[in-house]
Design a protein around this ligand. Structure first.
Ligand SMILES: *[C@@H]1O[C@H](CO)[C@@H](O)[C@H](O)[C@H]1NC(C)=O
Ligand SMILES: *[C@@H]1O[C@H](CO)[C@@H](O)[C@H](O)[C@H]1NC(C)=O
Length: 430
């Protein structure tokens, strides 16, 4: 009896210990420390960077910073053969959570990929301990992948987009990820105000999470729950490439068709909320980057440039992609970057006893009337609602139809032919 138990237990024990040994030994571990000299090339956001030997040209991982002592672990793209070409940051691990000097980026023996401060405090990790990870690689697409001994993907950066979609990356609903979010500013890479969100039936651009300023109406089927950003030769000859959104049902939205190999393209939701595409083309001697698409642009986009809420900065009248006037209580003045909406009381009542009034701008609209449902009320009622709402910066009114929209952000006012489409701008009377 005891003999048979022992003979059974021994091989099991051996098996267990050897399995544990194998799992430990096989991981291709590494540790890179954020220290040393900065790289030579020019990088986006005027960043300094320290490249680390994790790469697949033209992609390479680096620690970069725009503020002294605040580093991000990121994937750079470009500059492989082009000293003049910018390195663009297309993915970031520790978004909005910078690390300091001597931080470490490690693939640990348990298979977890970890970014830690010099004092070992973990700032970011993939949460892949004991999941069979044996190594990390950067694929030719720029996807950073943790794989197991059967070459299966355990974790991939493509499932964690920042403000960028690389060719081959997709958005998924409801399983996610279904959005990309802009940076706060050139120097601050944390989550900004603008998002591109995929839901079955539409791609939508939102300001502050719920104010739409672009909706791709009716192009996508409502049963589609994944959308892939891809580039493919138009014909077998590959004279031109289509860069597009594709769905399993084959319906596509073509963004652009450059007459060269545009496989190394990416979509970026820019700091100001425009959706841009950049394409890197290595064979040329100079100027490897092209700006191949801009959603809001008369030339390269789907939507006129004047529909872009930030086309004229914080405030201005736009016609034919030009900012032509700065509306004021005394009429239209010349536009400059300093054109801002008038001061109002706001929600903290900083009016110092001054009275709020409105001035009228004729023949203009902003994005609110395109994507938000109107109310059918008299102009006095529309005005009263705006006055009662401390966040209201003004209101759009269509005089013939009696349509009213309140708006918190005036932004770019696009010129329209119908002079009865007007905007009342709130201001403090002297
Ligand atoms: C980083 O580590 C090196 C080597 O241990 C040390 O000499 C240096 O002072 C550290 N840098 C900072 C900013 O802590
Ligand atoms: C297009 O470019 C990609 C990326 O550089 C490359 O992998 C692919 O082979 C190229 N296609 C053709 C037809 O040359």
């Amino acid at each position: 009896m005891s003999h048979s138990l022992l003979s059974l237990a021994l091989p099991v024990l051996l098996l267990l210990s050897s399995a544990a040994y194998l799992a430990q030994a096989k991981v291709d571990t590494f540790t890179y420390v954020n220290e040393g000299d900065f790289g030579w090339y020019i990088a986006e956001y005027n960043a300094n960077f320290r490249a680390i030997p994790v790469y697949n040209s033209p992609f390479q991982m680096s620690f970069y910073n725009t503020t002294p002592g605040q580093y991000y672990l990121a994937l750079g793209m470009g500059a492989a053969a082009h000293s003049e070409a910018l390195i663009r940051w297309v993915w970031e691990a520790n978004r909005g959570r910078p690390v300091g000097e001597n931080a470490t980026f490690s693939l640990l023996p348990d298979g977890n990929l970890v970014l830690a401060e010099a004092d070992h405090r973990i700032v970011w990790s993939t949460g892949t301990a004991n999941k069979g990870v044996v190594g990390l690689k950067v694929l030719p697409t720029g996807n950073i992948v943790l794989y197991d001994s059967k070459k299966r993907t355990i974790w991939q950066s493509f499932d964690h987009p920042t403000d960028t979609l690389l060719v081959g990356q997709s958005l998924n609903y409801p399983k996610g990820p279904n959005k990309i979010v802009s940076r706060r500013s050139m120097t601050d890479g944390s989550y900004g105000s603008y998002s591109l969100v995929f839901k079955p039936g539409s791609l939508t651009l939102l300001r502050n999470g719920h104010f739409p300023y672009y909706v791709s109406g009716g192009i996508l089927g409502s049963s589609i729950n994944t959308i892939l950003f891809e580039a493919a030769p138009e014909t077998e000859d590959a004279f031109a490439y289509e860069v597009r959104f594709a769905t399993p049902g084959q319906s596509v939205m073509i963004l652009t068709r450059p007459k060269y190999n545009a496989t190394l393209s990416f979509l970026r939701l820019d700091v100001d909320g425009n959706l841009l595409m950049y394409t890197y083309y290595d064979p040329v001697l100079y100027g490897a980057w092209d700006n191949t698409f801009a959603l809001f642009s008369d030339q390269k986009g789907w939507t006129p440039g004047c529909d872009f809420p930030n086309k004229c900065g914080r405030f201005g009248v736009c016609q034919d992609e030009m900012c032509i006037a700065c509306p004021s209580p005394v009429g239209l003045l010349g536009w400059s970057k300093n054109c801002v909406p008038p001061r109002v009381k706001g929600c903290n009542d900083k009016g110092n006893g001054q009275i709020e009034d409105y001035y009228k701008v004729e023949g203009v609209e902003n994005y609110v009337s395109t994507y938000t449902k109107e109310e059918k009320v008299k102009v006095e009622e529309c005005r009263r609602k705006c006055t009662m709402d401390c966040k209201c910066a003004g209101f759009l009114y269509w005089e013939k139809e009696g349509k009213c929209w309140l708006t918190n952000v005036l932004g770019t006012l696009k010129k329209v032919d119908d002079l009865s489409h007007v905007i009342y701008v709130k201001y403090l009377k002297k």
